[in-house]
Write a protein that binds this ligand. Structure first.
Ligand code: HEM
Length: 527
């Protein structure tokens, strides 16, 4: 995609900025054996990562390839579905708590369920997953249909066929899923005995393989070598040895191949788990695969200052750049209102930190920022687009300009630099060119419910009103204002300015929040 594209930018951020700058829920699966909010000691039992992967499967496993119902649609959020015998345990409620954090105006709760599973796989050193968004949340529980360990092989084969998977793919999907985590005594007392280590493993989790916190082919090598302790293979209760029945159902051909090559295991799991996450109700159209923008602007705004100058604020993510180098120069250039390169129209950016991803394959991702006070843009020259030049200490120069088009900007509707946040309220002020004559000017942002939780696919609209006195002070611009003072609006929601001219809608590429890197600063007169 090219900038600006608000939906893809958000998906890019959620999918690729896992740890470090902009870190979010990936911190709860880093390291992979972390459980819940327990940051201090790594326990040998439950893990968030295994919960999150299992939840994605259980949500998807209701899919019916015949009629296109069920699939990954966050129906697992409903208590009615969670309380079914096939969904034993509290893994699902746990996972939904985290998935909800990722739901916003561009993401459904189901996208959140898929994303947390992806984070779990990648933070546990698993394969890279192709991520698409656009899932639609179910409004009621799906039909039951998650396979259970006491079911027969015929029933499992039929169940996976209904979900859209062949007998071989059934073996693959179960082996890939059971590379993480294990079976708990708490939830399955008939399968595993009570724990003998109540301090470190309160739930009595017996792991599927010897590397329960590492996504690798140990599930297969342990099995093939006869070393496995997987309770669904060698558990005390023969009836519940579902992994054994499934793994051996093709004469062990698939498991032997997995055991022989970790590469083959990873590649196969990468593609089958991607398919699992993309199994959605018929008619749901997913986005293209989300790829990282080479340079992504973040918390970015072009502001109009009191004396009619312009000021650029924000920071930029440089994807797959060489390691931090004190002698590297990262320069932002801009073109004047006529699209021409101008004298003095450039600024060197300052190093601002790093983002990290899934560890084995992570490219270097570094952030560089504009001066936090803002980069002044001469009002007589103005600005129409910007781009970047990276000069390495060895003299090598790279230009990042989106294939020549640059990063386009407009100056008809601008935030003013008097936007401020006083800790409770966000005072928004927008300058609108008088000659533009829009029929309305408004903010678009994430919507929050009364508990301060973001609403999946929720778009909040807030209309601005004209400040006649302030508008009289400028020949060129009218001033419009709004005060956002409830918790979600003022603190957490990400806003952009939008407007309508002749029934057509436009929006500014800048994005801002009350609590923001843009650091609008305190409000005049605020305590
Ligand atoms: C016939 C199919 C399957 C059966 C009968 C089955 C059964 C089970 C059982 C009984 C547990 C223990 C849960 C607990 O104690 O909380 C479990 C855990 C798990 N399952 Fe499956 N499973 C199947 C397929 C899958 C698939 C296809 C995936 C994902 C691709 C998956 C992912 C997981 C994960 C990650 C765990 C670990 C949970 C934890 O440690 O808390 N399972 N499974």
């Amino acid at each position: 995609y090219t900038w600006p594209n608000r939906q893809m930018e958000k998906l890019d951020q959620l999918r690729y900025e896992q740890l470090g700058v902009n870190a979010h829920i990936a911190t709860f699966v880093s390291p992979c054996d972390r459980y819940n909010f327990d940051f201090t000691s790594q326990k040998q039992g439950r893990t968030n990562s295994a919960d999150w992967l299992r939840t994605a499967y259980h949500d998807m496993a209701t899919y019916n390839v015949e009629d296109g119902t069920g699939g990954l649609d966050a129906s697992i959020q409903f208590v009615e579905e969670q309380s079914r015998a096939e969904n034993t345990g509290n893994a699902f409620a746990n996972t939904i708590t985290f998935a909800r954090i990722l739901a916003g105006r561009h993401t459904s709760l189901a996208d959140g369920v898929a994303l947390v599973a992806l984070m779990a796989i990648e933070q546990c050193y698993g394969p890279e997953i192709d991520f698409r968004a656009g899932r639609i949340d179910a409004t009621e529980p799906n039909n039951p249909g998650v396979p259970e360990p006491q079911d027969s092989l015929e029933s499992h084969t039929a169940s996976f066929a209904r979900q859209g998977f062949t007998p071989t793919e059934m073996i693959q999907l179960v082996a890939c899923g059971h590379s993480l985590g294990g079976v708990q005594h708490d939830s399955f007392p008939d399968i595993v005995p009570p724990t003998n280590d109540p301090d470190n493993n309160a739930s009595g989790n017996v792991h599927f393989d010897s590397t329960f916190d590492n996504f690798d082919n140990k599930i297969a090598t342990d099995y093939v070598s006869g070393q496995t302790t997987n309770p669904l293979i060698v558990g005390q209760n023969e009836t519940t040895r579902s992994d054994l029945r499934i793994f051996s159902s093709d004469g062990n051909v698939t498991m032997n191949a997995f055991a022989a090559s970790n590469d083959f295991f990873m590649k196969t799991c990468g593609s089958i788990l991607t398919r699992m996450l993309d199994t959605v109700p018929r008619g749901v159209k997913l986005t293209e695969v989300v790829k990282p923008l080479p340079v992504r602007p973040d918390q970015f705004a072009l502001l109009r200052t009191a004396n009619d100058s312009l000021s650029l604020k924000g920071r930029f993510r440089f994807w797959n750049i060489n390691e931090e180098d004190a002698n590297r120069k990262v320069t932002l250039f801009w073109a004047d209102s006529q699209g021409q390169q101008c004298q003095g129209c450039s600024v060197d950016l300052a190093y601002n930190g790093r983002t990290t991803n899934w560890l084995p394959y992570a490219p270097t991702v570094l952030w560089y920022q504009l001066p936090s006070t803002g980069q002044l843009i001469r009002p007589d020259l103005s600005i129409s687009k910007f781009w970047f030049q990276i000069t390495e200490s060895n003299g090598r120069i790279t230009v990042e300009d989106q294939g020549g088009i640059g990063y386009p900007l407009q100056t008809d509707v601008l935030l003013t630099d008097e936007v401020c946040f006083d800790g409770g309220a966000l005072y928004v002020s927008v300058s609108v060119r008088k000659s533009l004559n829009p029929s309305r000017v408004f903010l678009e942002g994430d919507a929050f419910d009364e508990n301060g939780t973001s609403i999946p696919n929720g778009l909040a609209i807030r209309e601005l009103t004209r400040d006649a006195a302030a508008s009289a002070q400028s020949d060129a611009y009218d001033i419009l204002r709004i005060t956002l003072d409830n918790f979600g609006d003022a603190g957490a929601a990400e806003w952009n300015v939008a407007w309508e001219v002749d029934g057509q809608q436009f929006s500014d590429p800048g994005l801002f929040t009350g609590v923001s890197f843009l650091s609008f600063g305190g409000c005049p007169g605020a305590a």
